[in-house]
Design a binder for this molecule. Structure first.
Ligand code: MG
Ligand code: MG
Length: 255
């Protein structure tokens, strides 16, 4: 069932959104060559704690996972793109890092992700990140009351196709509210004019993720979580929690 949130509920989600945004900003600031993924998890943990926010990731165990997640952020490096379990691996020059964070305040959730390069960037990594951010912006712009859910996916998919990046539709965006993952599923592809009609009060996480390609097949690490491209091409991920209001889409996790 797809729930509509009241203005008061969206106001509570703004608080969670700010905490998640602050955690991502702090992680990006601290991420540097030689810093470990676990140290970045600690940085996010401190920010969430001081904001009075509870991690949505720690202890989370969906059907596909063999163990509960042990971090408050996902840290996915290079050919890993989603669900990277924070470890003692240290960042190296030129690493492409995807960081995802979800947290709740008084039970209301927010979820956001960003990708960036540590140290000296490769041009193709910056292009991939730009494509992912462009797709996120296009998806958000399409998320207006009166539009259809398919318009959001179509907008994301069009950006990916134009850039020739690898797209896998197994994971995508989602409704969000009292729970991190609510209906509807928000796929990173779709047909314009199809699917759920969007209304004020819908709150969705929109989250394109792409690989440089051409592969679209993934493998999971032995940690049971870290999702990696089978052909070892690098990936990027961008996500915002977006509330649909009478005035259009509002990004609750803006940094
Ligand atoms: Mg996320
Ligand atoms: Mg999400």
């Amino acid at each position: 069932m797809v729930e509509l949130k009241t203005a008061a509920e969206i106001e509570q989600m703004r608080a969670a959104g700010r905490a998640v945004a602050a955690a991502l900003t702090a992680v990006k600031k601290e991420a540097a060559v030689g810093v470990s993924l676990r140290e970045l998890d600690e940085v996010a943990r401190d920010v969430l704690r001081s904001a009075g926010a509870v991690s949505l990731f720690e202890g989370y165990q969906p059907g596909f996972a063999t163990s509960p997640f042990s971090g408050v952020i996902c840290t996915s490096v290079n050919d890993a793109v989603l669900h990277g379990l924070p470890s003692d691996v240290r960042l190296a020059d030129g690493d492409l890092l995807n960081v995802d964070c979800g947290a709740s305040i008084e039970g209301w959730c927010a979820d956001s992700a960003t990708s960036f390069v540590v140290g000296t960037p490769r041009a193709e990594d910056l292009e991939l990140i730009a494509t992912t951010e462009k797709a996120l912006a296009a998806g958000i712009a399409a998320a207006v009351p009166g539009a259809r859910l398919g318009d959001v996916g179509a907008a994301i998919g069009a950006v990916g196709r134009a850039a020739g990046v690898g797209t896998n539709l197994d994971f995508g965006g989602h409704g969000i509210g009292r729970r991190m993952h609510e209906d509807p599923h928000v796929p990173n592809g779709g047909q314009p004019g199809r699917g759920l009609k969007l209304r004020p009060g819908h709150v969705i996480a929109i989250e394109p993720w792409f690989w440089r390609g051409p592969g679209t097949v993934y493998v999971i690490d032995e940690d049971g979580w870290t999702l990696r491209s089978a052909d070892h091409t690098r990936g990027a991920h961008a996500e915002h929690t977006v509330a649909l209001t009478d005035h259009g889409p509002e990004i609750l996790t803006a940094r």
